[in-house]
Design a protein around this ligand. Structure first.
Ligand SMILES: [Zn+2]
Length: 178
């Protein structure tokens, strides 16, 4: 009983983070792809900096009452940096304290704050409407090509397509067998 209440609380918290992400997208996204993350950060009064000293890390959110800063490791691939930025935007928007992200922050089995940030990132990087539109209007079903359009990794695209029920485990098995 106690456990199921806790699980419900976690689910509500995760739903809330996805809802905040959709609000951010509604207000700050210009509708173009890939989603312009620096423009969204600017709209949210979040300063962005590249920081080559984040050895092995992905990003670091430094809270400041006036203007927080998101430092991003420029050594990583473009897709990884974009995910780190979207994930950092989540910590900023969800009121999480100063926070450093290493690669395991992006796992779906991580702590609740990381999970919230990851769900938020998927929503912001791949808005549902845009995903459905690109697939329908451009007849684009290839996960790698879709990933390229949205500026994300194929893994992130897979997770998003699954969460929107646009891909089945069978599709995944077929595409990895190719
Ligand atoms: Zn994080």
């Amino acid at each position: 009983m106690k456990r199921s209440r806790q699980q419900t609380a976690v689910l509500l918290q995760l739903e809330q983070s996805a809802r905040v992400a959709r609000q951010v997208t509604d207000i700050h996204w210009d509708g173009n792809l890939p989603v312009d993350l620096p423009a969204i950060a600017q709209g949210l009064n979040l300063r962005m900096q590249q920081d080559g000293s984040l050895a092995g890390g992905d990003a670091c959110l430094v809270y400041d009452a006036e203007r927080s800063t998101l430092r991003v490791n420029p050594v990583n691939s473009r897709q990884r940096q974009r995910f780190a930025i979207a994930h950092g935007l989540a910590h900023h928007c969800l009121g999480h304290p100063s926070h450093a992200d290493a690669p395991d922050s992006f796992n779906m089995g991580a702590d609740i704050a990381s999970l919230e940030a990851n769900l938020f990132a998927l929503e912001v990087l791949m808005p549902e409407l845009a995903v459905r539109q690109v697939i329908r209007q451009e007849d684009l079903y290839d996960v790698s090509e879709l990933a390229q359009r949205f500026g994300v990794s194929a893994t992130a695209m897979h997770v998003r397509l699954q969460s929107l029920d646009l891909i089945t485990q069978q599709d995944l098995d077929c595409s990895s067998a190719r």
